[in-house]
Design a protein around this ligand. Structure first.
Ligand SMILES: NC(=O)c1ccc[n+]([C@@H]2O[C@H](COP(=O)([O-])OP(=O)(O)OC[C@H]3O[C@@H](n4cnc5c(N)ncnc54)[C@H](O)[C@@H]3O)[C@@H](O)[C@H]2O)c1
Length: 363
């Protein structure tokens, strides 16, 4: 655990998923104080302030930025992220920002360039990483127990219906910026990249088969990783029940995640060894593994170590860019029926926007 004697004041913008962020900060003892909440819906902000004893509620960004806070936590719909991140940095605050970080690789690179001027930090949210089963997998990889990866599969099979899409910004290219590949599967795909490393090539099909929306709600994709390993992604918002699952076939063990839809990194994970000797090495590597808080509390605890003790950020802008680079490649592959090579830089036709031609600011 980190040095509890330093407490950081947080101002949250957006009271939807922002509620779970508040609960995450509050689960960490005195490490954080949620000092202000801002939502365009002032009644919502006031309600959260009353429920969680937050001293200041406002519907105005300027009032939130003028408050005595160290960190601005952006929990608004994706189209507003870049503007709010830059406003918070200009006001001298550290920034936490929900996924997806921004709406294009060009915007991601602009945020990266702005953040590089410092001294404030920007931490994108990828809370699925901070769960014990997945952390055990990372340890087995780091310690050389798993061996090289052969193949991986990632399934994001969730159920979303009309009630979910009744929220006006969802399901539209202009305001949600993408569909299931961007908004829902991004966490599991981030976990794949965290364990398997950078991607070399992508092919994908995407379709809208479940709900009457603009954006895709089903997808199938094939990836070749730079290591030579192969991965398959399956995404649907039309499953009968919510389930997320990752499976990794390494040379020396096969790892399979839990199926908790919004926390597949949590226990129990299965680590099946190729031989009894490898089983002994797995047991030895995990013998002193100490579970830590998961999801938002887990990510905020690690951020506290960064702010208080100078530890490395638990999720970086480069991680968020990598996730958006995969999104860009998936959309381009699906639209053109071509295999897409990574990395993707300014010369790529979808660098400025992954959205289809004619949708919002699409290319
Ligand atoms: N990490 C996760 O697991 C996770 C889960 C859900 C949503 N999200 C992300 O969180 C973000 C918000 O999603 P949500 O589901 O909470 O949306 P939501 O629509 O439920 O809530 C967003 C809130 O932000 C407010 N808002 C919008 N623009 C604002 C602005 N400029 N200033 C102040 N308040 C503003 C709205 O009034 C609303 O109350 C999205 O980027 C989404 O992708 C992440």
């Amino acid at each position: 655990m980190s040095n509890v004697s330093r407490s950081f004041k947080v101002g949250i913008i957006g009271g939807g998923i922002g509620r779970q962020h508040i609960e995450g900060y509050r689960a960490l003892g005195g490490r954080y104080e949620v000092a202000a909440i801002c939502d365009l819906n002032l009644d919502l902000a006031r309600g959260l302030a009353a429920e969680f004893a937050i001293p200041r509620a406002t519907d105005k960004l300027a009032e939130l930025l003028a408050a005595d806070i160290d960190v601005v936590d952006v929990c608004t719909p994706p189209g507003s992220h870049r503007r709010l991140i830059e406003a918070a940095l200009d006001a001298g605050r550290h920034v936490v920002c929900e996924k997806p970080l921004v709406g294009s690789l060009a915007d991601a690179d602009a945020v990266i360039a702005r953040a590089a001027r410092g001294p404030q930090l920007v931490m994108p949210i990828f809370q699925y990483r901070f769960a014990s089963g997945y952390q055990k997998l990372l340890r087995l990889i780091e310690r050389g127990v798993a061996g090289p990866l052969h193949v991986a599969t990632v399934e994001t099979h969730w159920r979303r219906g009309a009630d979910y899409y009744a929220v006006p910004w969802r399901g539209k290219w202009e305001s949600e910026l993408g569909g299931a590949l961007l908004g829902h599967a991004i966490h599991a795909h981030d976990m794949l990249c965290g364990a398997a490393g950078p991607i070399a090539e992508v092919f994908a099909f995407a379709a809208t088969r479940v709900n009457p929306i603009e954006t895709e709600d089903c997808a199938a994709a094939s990836l070749r990783l730079r290591s030579g390993a192969l991965a398959s992604l399956s995404v649907s918002l039309g499953a009968a029940e919510d389930m997320s699952r990752l499976r990794f076939c390494f040379r020396d063990l096969t790892a399979e995640s839990a199926q908790a839809p919004y926390n597949p990194g949590t226990e129990p994970w299965r680590f099946v060894p190729m031989t009894p000797e490898i089983g002994t090495r797995i047991d030895a590597a995990l013998a002193d593994f100490t579970p830590e808080p998961e999801r938002f509390a887990g990510q905020f605890l690690r951020l506290h170590r960064t702010l208080a003790d100078g530890a490395a950020l638990p999720v970086t802008l480069a991680d968020a860019r990598a996730s958006l680079e995969l999104v860009t490649a998936l959309y381009h592959a699906a639209a053109t029926s071509q295999v897409v090579s990574l990395p993707i830089g300014p010369g790529h036709p979808r660098y400025a926007s992954w959205r289809p031609v004619g949708a919002g600011k699409g290319v």
